[in-house]
Design a binder for this molecule. Structure first.
Ligand code: IPE
Ligand code: IPE
Ligand code: MG
Length: 257
């Protein structure tokens, strides 16, 4: 069972700094095209932004940061771009893991890694093991991840592990315990750069009550000041989880801000 309450079952604790931030890092290709550079140059540049945002989240006391690096639909891109992204993924895992460990950041990967080549799968496992004891921040990279894939794999695993399971025994808690992010609370804040206002099959189940923030800034340009702006916006949201404003006001101390 997951130890994190579901936002539709129990009202979660609310804080000014989001406990879990999920980011769709979009706009790399357009960042490069604007500079008459090949699209892939934008992916390389985007890596610098990831580094800065991870460090800042750690400093600000965010507990979970989850970034969408490669979707289950991104295989539809030209093979050269997919190939470049794979090489960049492997290179960045190799290059960053020690620094993550030094900064007390644990790395997790979610998604169907079985479609990646063995070098990536081995490096992914090594990186998770090397940073497993780190407590400062849990940094999750979603790679070959899709929200629908996640719900399906959870359902399949749930059925496989519970032979004879009756329909009425399938509860939210049971299903969420099989989701690939069962170790984390649901995201408080979702950020998408690059101007599009869509979820693109990211954490479908978990975004039920997440605050959604969209910015036109292209991912390689997204810096610490932009992150602070998103956090300021977040701190002004009234998170009602289905209740009325008046109920929130009278609940007072039960709903720390
Ligand atoms: C996001 O940037 C990175 C990945 C999907 C891997 P894009 O590559 O989607 O950039 P745009 O949206 O084409 O500008
Ligand atoms: C979403 O961006 C996936 C990642 C950032 C990894 P896309 O650029 O693939 O999304 P769409 O195709 O514009 O919806
Ligand atoms: Mg895009």
């Amino acid at each position: 069972m997951t130890s994190h309450a579901s936002s539709t079952q129990t009202i979660p604790e609310v804080s000014a700094i989001p406990r879990h931030v999920a980011i769709v890092m979009d706009g790399n290709g357009r960042w490069a095209s604007k500079r008459l550079m090949p699209r892939v140059a934008g992916h390389s540049e985007g890596l610098g932004a990831v580094r800065k945002i991870v460090e800042e989240c750690r400093k600000l006391g965010v507990q979970y940061l989850t970034v969408f690096a490669f979707s289950s639909e991104n295989w539809r891109r030209p093979p050269e771009e997919v190939g470049f992204l794979m090489k960049l993924f492997l290179k960045s895992l190799k290059g960053e893991v020690s620094r993550l460990a030094e900064n007390d950041i644990s790395l997790r990967l979610i998604g169907d890694l079985s479609r990646f080549d063995s070098a990536i799968q081995e490096m992914a496992q090594f990186s998770e093991e090397k940073t497993a004891g780190c407590k400062g921040l849990t940094f999750t990279i979603a790679a070959n991840y899709g929200g629908r894939w996640d719900i399906l794999q959870a359902m399949r695993q749930c059925l496989a592990n519970n032979p004879g399971l009756q329909p009425e025994q399938v509860t939210e808690d049971l299903l969420t315990s099989y989701l690939s992010m069962a170790y984390a609370p649901e995201p408080d804040l979702f950020i998408r750069t690059g101007g599009e206002q869509r979820v693109s099959n990211f954490l479908l189940w978990q975004l039920a009550y997440t605050e959604l923030y969209f910015t036109d800034v292209l991912w390689p340009d997204f810096d610490v000041a932009h992150l602070h702006r998103a956090f300021d916006w977040f701190s002004q949201r009234e998170r009602r989880f289905g209740r009325t404003s008046a109920q929130l006001a009278s609940a007072g101390a039960d709903n720390p801000v």
